[in-house]
Design a protein around this ligand. Structure first.
Ligand SMILES: [Zn+2]
Length: 249
């Protein structure tokens, strides 16, 4: 399997889990709410549709039927299989479709975490999605939710341990920001170079975190350390470009 389709599968699984979690929370919330604020199910939606299609003013109707007739209408034309909210002409969200509706709107507004923004985006097109339901969605969006959801995302895509069998296989480097403890002679960065196998480290004090200064310090370190097969960094700009050129020389 290529890594692309693997990634796609991971995304699908994540979305399915998110949806499951969403509906279990929504069900719990709906159980606490009054019946009137519930979203129609797909079945109810079709019943309403059927009712309005066959609506005759003189026929005998129940109170509930009238309530539906007051609230919803049908649109003419090719889209006539759709129920609309009277006046606003919004489409009507159903219980089954509400996750996908919020999900697509939420992605469109680039994961804005503000409930009102999400609600406004949904209401541009759909009727019946309450703030509660949007809040529940936001609480299960892996990108938006807090730390507990990060653990869930990590479970789906566990970190892989890197194993280095011997000294010199892999070394890692980074800069420690000491600007708040600048020395009298102007040193304020520590370049740390660690061998991944044994953890033996070299350090160098730097005055600036320029590529040139990092490169010079690294060359001094590499002069006494075992030259690593892989040298890892966070790809900060001070480690790229000029710094790499210096080392390659
Ligand atoms: Zn989000």
């Amino acid at each position: 399997m290529s890594s692309d389709s693997e990634q796609e599968d991971n995304n699908k699984t994540a979305l399915r889990l998110q949806k499951q979690q969403f509906y279990s929370l929504v069900d719990k919330r709906l159980a606490e709410m009054k019946t009137t604020s519930k979203l129609p199910t797909e079945t109810q939606y079709n019943e309403y549709l059927q009712l309005l299609r066959t609506w005759e003013p003189k026929a005998k109707r129940t109170k509930k039927d009238y309530r539906i007739e007051i609230k919803y209408c049908l649109v003419a034309g090719p889209d006539s299989a759709a129920l609309r909210k009277k006046d606003s002409m919004q489409k009507v969200a159903t219980y089954e479709s509400v996750f996908d509706i919020i999900h697509s709107k939420h992605e469109k507004i680039s994961h804005a975490r503000d409930t009102r923004k999400n609600k406004a985006a949904v209401e541009e097109e759909f009727y019946g999605v309450t703030q509660d339901v949007i809040d529940i969605y936001l609480s299960v969006c892996p990108k938006c939710a807090g730390s507990t959801k990060v653990i869930k995302a990590a479970k789906l895509n566990p970190l892989k341990m890197i194993y280095s069998p011997s000294i010199g296989c892999r070394a890692q480097m980074d800069l420690i920001d000491m600007t708040s403890h600048e020395t009298k002679d102007g040193f304020k960065w520590i370049l740390v170079y660690v061998d991944h196998h044994c953890g033996f480290r070299h350090v160098a004090a730097l005055k600036r975190k320029t590529a040139k200064e990092c490169g010079d310090a690294l060359i001094a370190i590499l002069g006494v350390a075992v030259i690593p097969e892989i040298l890892q960094s966070d790809n900060g700009k001070e480690f790229l470009g000029w710094c790499l050129k210096l080392i390659r020389k």
